[in-house]
Design a protein around this ligand. Structure first.
Ligand SMILES: [Zn+2]
Length: 134
């Protein structure tokens, strides 16, 4: 079951794999305590909410996939993940997530498909809220 994790409030490091590179970049690595909200922010692509890379992806019509989650994870874990070459651990690039085991303390979760927003939930970007769908 993916939805409970996506909705969890556990701190996580997450890796987004862009289906096409933007310049030299094809991944976004972030840290959040509210994964579902953050993914919706990235998906919405609004300035000031989404990261620059995923905002650019939105503007160019480039899709992305949540490739990997580390949980629980600290911001130090995020920095550690960012020091590792993404393609070495990104499963969508043929990498091996186990490469990260020596760098982070949390569990590695590979999530082949996560819908954003999660099933049965609507995202309200103006209020940055997730609510059950009507
Ligand atoms: Zn990748």
């Amino acid at each position: 079951m993916v939805a409970p994790l996506a909705l969890s409030v556990q701190p996580v490091v997450y890796v987004l794999h862009l289906h096409e590179p933007i310049g030299q970049k094809q991944h976004y690595v972030g840290w959040t305590k509210r994964l579902a909200h953050r993914l919706c922010d990235h998906r919405a692509g609004y300035k000031g909410i989404a990261a620059g890379l995923t905002r650019t992806a939105k503007l160019r019509g480039i899709e992305w996939t949540l490739a990997l989650v580390v949980t629980p994870a600290s911001q130090a874990d995020e920095r550690a993940v960012k020091r590792v070459t993404r393609a070495h651990f990104c499963p969508m690039c043929g990498g091996d997530p186990d490469v990260l085991r020596e760098h982070v303390r949390g569990s590695l979760l590979v999530l082949p498909r996560v819908s954003v927003p999660p099933p049965g939930v609507r995202y309200h970007p103006e209020r940055r809220l997730l609510r059950p769908a009507d």
